[in-house]
Design a binder for this molecule. Structure first.
Ligand SMILES: *Cc1c(COP(=O)(O)O)cnc(C)c1O
Length: 228
């Protein structure tokens, strides 16, 4: 099946359920993104700053770019003018830098807090306690150019469905708790970004509002090392 065929299949399946689709185009050439765009997709996820900035410069301006990979503070400035959602905020230090760059660009940048739910050493993210500590801090309260619109999590890469399900469930429980404690009045705090090609169905069963699907749409990732 072509990229367009895959995309349309996911779009209709997800839209029926009111779930947002982030098409993860990392390590795919701009032409592949354009094929999905021409099939109607507008939201794309990238995990590298340079790759996202390069594609943003070449592709239609109404694309909504989501950063889904680990973000270094010194690189925030390259995406601050255009990024639609930073899904991978994993420290107060990073959030402060995003706020600073958003202010410079005279905008408010939407962010998700990335929560560590996996049973693996390699994944970035805030622990449950760290997320709550961040939200409670006075420094956080002072940031006016960022808006937290939800949480993001990556489950363990495992064939054990029970484990994946439990990890997604934990994220949903944390989301509900944070919503009540910190964002009771903010309707904008509503996203739970969880689920990828291999586990999006489980994620949706556990309350995901946004899934990030790459390989099932685009096939194998073709570019190993992005060059500007
Ligand atoms: C690569 C990636 C995805 C997409 O993974 P697929 O298995 O290709 O669907 C989703 N989320 C994050 C954070 C990623 O880095």
């Amino acid at each position: 099946m072509s990229i367009a065929d895959n995309l349309l299949k996911y779009k209709s399946e997800l839209e029926e359920q009111g779930i947002k689709l982030v098409a993860v185009s990392k390590h795919q050439p701009a032409e592949a993104v354009l094929e999905a765009y021409n099939a109607g997709q507008r939201v794309f996820g990238e995990n590298l700053v340079q790759e996202m900035a390069d594609k943003q410069a070449q592709l239609p301006s109404d694309i909504e770019w989501h950063l889904i990979g680990h973000l270094q503070t010194n690189k925030v400035k390259y995406i601050a003018p255009f990024v639609k959602l930073i899904e991978s905020v994993d420290s107060l230090k990073l959030l402060k830098e995003i706020n600073k760059q958003a202010l410079k660009n005279n905008r408010v940048i939407d962010c998700l807090l990335q929560i560590y739910i996996a049973d693996e050493d390699t994944k970035f993210g805030l622990g449950f306690d760290e997320a709550i500590e961040l939200l409670r801090s006075d420094e956080f309260q002072e940031l006016k150019n960022i808006r937290i619109t939800g949480l993001m999590g990556i489950a363990t890469n495992t064939a054990l469905e029970g484990q994946t399900k439990a990890e997604f469930q934990e994220l949903k429980v944390l989301f509900d708790g944070i919503k009540v404690s910190f964002f009771r009045k903010e309707e904008s705090f509503k996203e739970i970004s969880m689920g990828m090609s291999s586990d999006y169905k489980l994620a949706i069963e556990q309350g995901s509002t946004m899934v990030r699907i790459g390989s099932n749409i685009f096939g194998k990732r073709v570019i190993k090392h992005w060059k500007a």
